[in-house]
Design a protein around this ligand. Sequence first.
Ligand SMILES: NC(=O)c1ccc[n+]([C@@H]2O[C@H](COP(=O)([O-])OP(=O)(O)OC[C@H]3O[C@@H](n4cnc5c(N)ncnc54)[C@H](OP(=O)(O)O)[C@@H]3O)[C@@H](O)[C@H]2O)c1
Length: 289
Amino acid sequence: MKVLILGSNGNLGTQLLQVFNDRNQVLGLDSYNTDFFDLKKLKNKINSYLPDVVINAVAYNNVDKCETDAEVKVLAEHLNILLPKFLAELCLENNYLLISYSSDYVFGQENRDFPYSEWDIPNPVNYYGLTKAKGEEHVIKLGLLGLKHYLIRTSKLFGPQGKSSFTKKSFFDIMIEVSKKQAEIKVVDEEISSFTYTPDLAKYTNYLISQNYPFGIYHLINKGQATWAQAAQALFKVLKIGITIIPVSGQEFPRPAPRPKYSLLENTKMKPLPYWKQSLENYLKKYYL
Ligand SMILES: NC(=O)c1ccc[n+]([C@@H]2O[C@H](COP(=O)([O-])OP(=O)(O)OC[C@H]3O[C@@H](n4cnc5c(N)ncnc54)[C@H](OP(=O)(O)O)[C@@H]3O)[C@@H](O)[C@H]2O)c1
């Protein structure tokens, strides 16, 4: 199978590259070798490779900058809305299979305490979530016209940091850094959702394709749920670091973009990914212990 991965130096993209390299012919497009803003050149590049599968791991992910900075809004609109739209059109036209990633942040407006299924209607609380929801719409719309696609929603990614200068450190890496300087850390005890280990997500993306699951929306998240504070407690327990985690409300850390209080995704369509604490342990054993 010929696989093309956009954003191959990103946090998820790096893992996708490793998983798909195993048995396929893979081309990685990253922000160093490709201009994701020049869609004409991108079209030629993709079509000259003639892929069977196009995997889009590109996104603008800085939630707070998206909310306040006009220039960043334009950037986010391009990467999160126009690029998925362009890829959906290109893939439909050429019969390529499209894998597109979205976020639990397309949800959260309702005062809700039970998980969002693949059939729930997006209701984002911030601008980043809105761009991801609009990006989804194009893929879903063209899906109705015959686009072969898997639209994968995921949440709270963690894992080894990608090589691209655009990537962010994951929550766990940041907590470990902070723990070297502080004896106690205040952590927000809100925003219930699922943590997801990027190597698991890459592996299960491959599984979707190889097992020929029906096209459509999938929620690929590690099993279980946690707030940020609960996740920090689990992290330091595994690392056996005796640091004090002080759970606080979101109001103690005001940020420009509102966050969903609850955006847990439910995976009703595919075999479950491992429990997040197990995957966290795997990550820590491989990179920290
Ligand atoms: N991070 C999370 O917690 C989270 C949660 C839910 C959903 N998601 C979704 O999961 C997918 C993968 O996320 P990720 O965290 O792996 O993404 P990431 O590492 O933050 O970024 C993905 C890639 O997008 C490209 N990119 C970003 N900003 C750019 C810019 N200004 N100009 C050019 N290229 C730019 C870069 O490509 P190169 O690598 O090619 O340089 C970057 O590595 C995305 O669709 C995201 O929305 C993420």
